[in-house]
Design a protein around this ligand. Sequence first.
Ligand code: NAP
Length: 552
Amino acid sequence: MSAQSSPSGKPIERYDVVVVGAGFAGMYMLHKLRGQGFSARVYEQGDGVGGTWYWNRYPGARCDVESMQYSYSFSDELQREWDWSERYAPQPEILKYANHVADRFDLRRDIQFDTSVVSAAFDERASTWSVTLSGGATVIAKFVVLATGCLSNARMPEIKGLDGFKGKVYHTGHWPHETVDFTGQRVGVIGTGSSGIQLVPVIAEQASHLTVFQRTANFAIPARNAALTEQERQSVRSRYPEIRHFARVESRNGIYTEMPDRGALDDGDSDRRAKYEARWNHGGLTFMSVYNNLALDQTANDTAADFVREKIAEIVENPETAKQLQPNNHPIGSKRICVDTEYFAAFNRPNVTLVDIKSSPIEEITVNAVRTGGRDHEVDALVLATGFDAMTGSVAKIELRGRNGQTLNQKWAEGPRTYLGLMSAGFPNLFVITGPGSPSVLSNMIVSIEQHVDWIADCVAYVRDRGLHAIEASTDAEDKWVAHVNEVAATTLYPQANSWYMGANVPGKPRIFMPYIGGVGPYRQICNDVATKGYEGFVMTGKEQPRKMAAS
Ligand code: NAP
């Protein structure tokens, strides 16, 4: 970092790289940049590290990727010394891990907490970014990396009367730090995605009555969570080289699992059922990896969807409730599949009621009730498990001004446009970690984060070592990549669902399948090839001689 005086006499801090966000992406980005000799500053709006795991503190929050895989792989010492307690880590433990990483790698001294990046503008003459922070200060950086997270912009639903509700209102993505005790209260939960499905059974244990307002029934697979034994931890650790390699290079979703070699219709009914049964009993996200065509072929998909619908009917005692809980308007997996612990069984409790708000939408929220179909469901507290403005929401909150004064929001008005999900043409030296157009949310996020961080750090070093001023995506490469992302998505069943992958959960948001579904392994290969070919598809400006960074 270096500092000069501004016209007002206040020092302007200058860094090689400004990183926005101190979640898992921002923390590793900082560590990596330091290792390459860059000065870097991270700005984080929260008062601690952890990103999504800092904000999502709702009861029952836990990761749906197994803990020994949902963890950094960049440090062998780290992955050997940290003991995960359960197959799926609960939120407090993941947050503890994030804090451990921050301490172990001495990250905090370069993170400024309680500080949002409000705007950033590219100075075309100097090839630097002028970054404005909440509080009004401005810093200068050669590069900006957005590590803002894909699911971090909690979305408040637009429901008439919500502001006038007299009880407490909680959003799962913005949960209070102190424990919320619902004992003896009548609680309403709106939303039945991954968050709602995790918290319903936990709140049902406390509340005097829980009313679940469901707009879309979702597919959920039992987690089969359990404590990890030392033997199980050691077994995974001894195979880490193989497990990590598979997740990075061979897998489609960054998760170590068997790769299916046949389609669902290649097996007869009883063999197929036995395989689904085995995966159901094993539990977790890999249910969708039983066959290789569940995301591609409607008839194949129907076999898996029917199996889960049958399971729901077996678990839920009231046939009418069971029917309402059976998803029927989207292929299984085309909305993010949920992983649950006793979600469907919770509806057998006498203190839990399901209200179908698809057929009878919420009319309004009164001072003490949710009104649907002319009937008031009285509640003392409301939990909004209504999701996020995913993938683009956190980026859109920052006014990012690139070449010719154009903002990223203007450029992305019809949907996000990136090359490889990493950069957007017209916005030089601005990178996004796990941005739209990359596998991101379709993968084990930590695998994708590490791949992007490594790629970005190498790219930035390439620019520095050649004395270049700027790198940016070419419009041509970006157009081709956007077309490719759309083409691949169109070969799958994903676009059929009104999902947040499609931006469908936010009124007015363009309907575009945002993540890249080509698979983590193939995508990594594409990124590596681009770099090996001297960053093919990117435009470099500046002279080709080694020199110090302009911003340093
Ligand atoms: P979500 O999947 O977007 O679910 C939001 C729910 O709220 C949906 O049921 C939605 O109904 C409903 N909803 C939204 N607006 C509404 C409105 N105005 N009125 C009534 N209902 C409304 O959000 P989420 O559950 O927070 O999960 C988001 C993503 O975060 C997940 O898909 C997952 O990737 C991640 N996540 C992961 C974990 C984990 O690792 N275990 C846990 C939580 C979240 P519609 O479906 O009809 O829109």
